[in-house]
Ligand binder design. Structure first.
Ligand SMILES: Nc1ncnc2c1ncn2[C@@H]1O[C@H](COP(=O)(O)OP(=O)(O)O)[C@@H](O)[C@H]1O
Ligand SMILES: [Mg+2]
Length: 226
């Protein structure tokens, strides 16, 4: 396995999908072998789970296991094979989402955090990201962007989007805890403009990726594009 795994994390509307897409497009345009996936999703099982966890009411622990099943399927079918081929894999949400959300979601207090961590480790086949970009925005900015996205899509809130600000505050705190205990997590102030956030991501990515086996096709061109 000599690929490179990049994950995007953060509360809803932090800009994960926007930035994951931008990084993927830059790499692809520079002819760097890469793959973009989202979790849950991008496998048959993952798509079904995505729909269920967003729309069906269920116990938090049941939801946690569903997320784990989707992640495991994605890791086995898409992420590991791509990493084995030496690709850069960009994943829109990964194990830190499971931890931050499922721990905030659960009412159990009997070692649940450690349990979720263990489930995550097995689900992700112990594939640890080389970099995680934690896009950080306050809850009120999330609500503002969520409102705009709703208007654009004329959609209804899903189960997570309809949760309280207290819930998202907890999720954000859980993410902050993970960032404080893990050197691979790069926390970024995502209230900045899309271009500023993208530039920071590109800088960190190039710095951390430096020295790896993958050949870059005109990396300077990439920087100019940002
Ligand atoms: N830096 C930013 N500043 C302002 N709005 C942003 C920024 N990044 C993303 N958005 C907008 O916020 C909404 C959510 O972005 P998205 O990338 O879908 O977030 P996520 O995948 O984290 O839920 C979209 O309407 C997007 O255009
Ligand atoms: Mg998204």
């Amino acid at each position: 396995m000599n690929g490179f795994l990049v994950t995007f994390e953060g509360i809803d509307c932090a800009g994960k999908s926007t930035q994951a897409n931008r990084l993927y497009t830059l790499l692809r345009d520079a002819n760097v072998p890469c793959l973009l996936v989202r979790n849950p999703g991008d496998t048959n099982l993952g798509c079904k789970v995505r729909h269920m966890v967003k729309h069906d009411h269920m116990q938090p622990t049941s939801r946690m296991f569903l997320f784990a099943a989707a992640l495991n399927d994605l890791c086995k079918r898409r992420i590991k094979p791509a990493l084995d081929e030496g690709k850069i894999v960009i994943c829109d949400r990964y194990t830190d989402s499971s931890f931050a959300y499922q721990v905030a979601d659960a009412e159990e207090d009997f070692g649940y955090e450690m349990f979720v961590e263990n489930v995550n480790r097995h689900a992700s086949m112990n594939m640890i990201p080389d970099i995680t970009f934690l896009l950080d925005i306050p809850e009120d900015e999330m609500r503002r962007r969520l409102g705009m996205r709703m208007d654009e899509q004329m959609g209804k809130e899903d189960i997570f989007e309809s949760k309280s600000n207290t819930f998202f505050k907890k999720v954000r705190e859980n993410y902050a805890y993970l960032a404080s205990t893990n050197d691979n997590i790069e926390k970024i102030d995502a209230t900045a403009s899309r271009d500023d956030v993208a530039q920071q991501i590109c800088d960190v990515f190039l710095q951390k990726h430096n020295g790896r086996a993958i050949q870059w096709n005109k990396p300077t061109l990439m920087l100019e594009k940002m």
